[in-house]
Each structure stands twice: as C-alpha cells, then as structure tokens.
Design a binder for this molecule. Sequence first.
Ligand SMILES: NC(=O)c1ccc[n+]([C@@H]2O[C@H](COP(=O)([O-])OP(=O)(O)OC[C@H]3O[C@@H](n4cnc5c(N)ncnc54)[C@H](OP(=O)(O)O)[C@@H]3O)[C@@H](O)[C@H]2O)c1
Length: 287
Amino acid sequence: MKILITGANGRLGSALCDRLAGTYRVIPLVGEEAPGVHVELTRWGEVHRAVEHFEPDFIVHTAAWTDVDGCARDPQRALHVNGLGTQYLAAASGARGVPMLYVSSNEVFDGTSAQPYREYDPTRPANPYGYSKWVGEQALIRHNPQHMIVRTAWLFAHGGRNFVQTILNAARAGQPLRVVRDEVSNPTYADDLADAIVQLIGTRCWGTYHLTNSGAASRFTFAQAVLEAAGINVPLEPITLKEWLRPSTPPPHAALANVAAAALGVTLRPWQEALRAFIQREAEQHA
Ligand SMILES: NC(=O)c1ccc[n+]([C@@H]2O[C@H](COP(=O)([O-])OP(=O)(O)OC[C@H]3O[C@@H](n4cnc5c(N)ncnc54)[C@H](OP(=O)(O)O)[C@@H]3O)[C@@H](O)[C@H]2O)c1
C-alpha cells in the first residue's frame, strides 16, 4: 500500500514517516524550506495534480500552519492553509476513492467544559487556528466518506521546537520561569501518537478519534514534570492566562478523552511516562 503523507518534515510527520515506512511505501511531501517534494496546500491545482500523479492508496494529512499566534494575526491565511488546503486534499482524495486521515486539534473545542471532550461532543473553536482546523474537519467529512479525523494536543517531538524544549532551554539559561496554571490539556509525545496512528490506520474504521497520551495537565504541572524528569531544580512561578497575553486565545480546559480509539484497542500511555521516555532519549541523543 502506498501512503502519501503531507508535512513529512514536521514534528509529527517525521515520526510518522519513520513508523509507516516499516509497513508501507511512503511518499513524503515536505514543507517549502525542506529538500524533497513540496506541494503547496493553498494551490488547488497542485494538490489535485499530486494526488493524480502519485496515485496513493491512503493519504495522511499532517501539514498545517501550526503557529497559533501567527494564525490569530492572519486568520485569512490560517483558513486558506489549514481549512481550504484540507478541503482541496479531501476533494481530490474523495473523488478518487482514496481514504484520508487528517490530524486535527483540541482547539476545535472552546475549552469551557469541566470534563475532557469526547469525540462527538459539539465543537466550538475559540480562535482562528481552531476555526481553521475545524473547517478542515468539516470539509473532510463532506468530501470523503472514507476518513479518519484524529484530534490531538500539546505535541512534543525530537528535533522540533516545543514546550518541553522551551522550558528546558529557559531553565538552563537561568531565565525566570513563569508558566500558566489555568490552561489544561494533554501533553503528547509525537512518537507515541505516530504509533497509535499507524495502529488506527490498520483498523480502517472511519470516524473521529482523540489520540493523546492519557491524563491531563496544566501548563504549570507539565513544566514542573519536565524540570523534575530532567533533574533541574529552578523556581517556577504559576501565573494565569490573563497574565500571559498573546495574540491567540487558547481554550482554557481543552483536554481530550479517548473513547472511540480505545474501543478499537488503541490507547496511549500516561503523559508522565511518555515525558520521561522522551527526556531520556533526548539525553542519549545529545550524549
Ligand atoms: N504541535 C501541536 O502541539 C499540535 C497540537 C494539536 C494538533 N496539532 C496538529 O498536528 C499536525 C502536526 O503538527 P506538527 O506540530 O507536527 O506540525 P509542524 O511541525 O509545524 O509541521 C507542519 C508541516 O506542515 C507544513 N506546511 C505548513 N504550511 C504548509 C503549506 N501551506 N503547504 C504545504 N505544507 C505546509 C510545514 O512545512 P514547513 O516546514 O515549510 O513549515 C511542516 O512540514 C498539524 O495538523 C497540527 O495542526 C499539532
């Protein structure tokens, strides 16, 4: 089976390419700056021609404009890349009967629920990034019945910028650490997510899924665990979202519950365990 994957040089995309390559023939599409085949998501003709040319048996769509603050500053571009770009891929794959998996976000929810969101709870994006990812979901549902929507959250990955690295770099540079305590979601190791996605693809059970490491945390608790796992002891000050003004408005409590994938036997380990494994592997890689 030939799998076309977008965003192959991204945090999740590169982890997924490694894993998919063990079982499938992988056709990687990369971002503009990376060497390899680049298909610009905002150009319908390019997207359509790529699907026609490569004739994949399955599409995994991880590419997105993931800079949430950038999306807040330029909502039109967010909509074009994340929403319409996904629509183009969904239309091209749907017309050819090719199944497609789309990686979406916890930010399709507004984060006002006290409970973790289940897969079919009503969505209500609260910022332009979340809206653009939601448009991608809607387009996929309409254009391609053979779809999987995989929502995830707070990714950390080897080799990419992420919250774990930001905290560790700041702590090692002796910078004061002020971290938000009232934003909650699920820290997720990209390698674990990639394994779960490969398992899910194998089921060919179309629908919407929530895949994150299990358990939820505030940014503050997550940062505490990062420092503890790395053996760094520096003061950490809890602050509120109101004290951390930024262009985007994050959903405050947008943790996800994995109900649908768990029913198929696809689950991820607790985020604390995943974080320790990540930090250990980082240390080995940089030893
Ligand atoms: N990171 C998170 O915490 C998080 C949380 C929830 C959901 N997600 C979702 O998970 C997926 C993977 O996230 P990630 O963090 O791995 O992303 P990432 O590291 O930012 O990688 C995104 C990829 O998309 C490519 N891309 C961006 N704009 C494009 C365009 N116009 N045309 C073609 N390719 C384009 C990028 O290319 P360049 O290299 O040129 O930029 C890059 O290869 C995304 O769909 C994201 O929305 C992520």
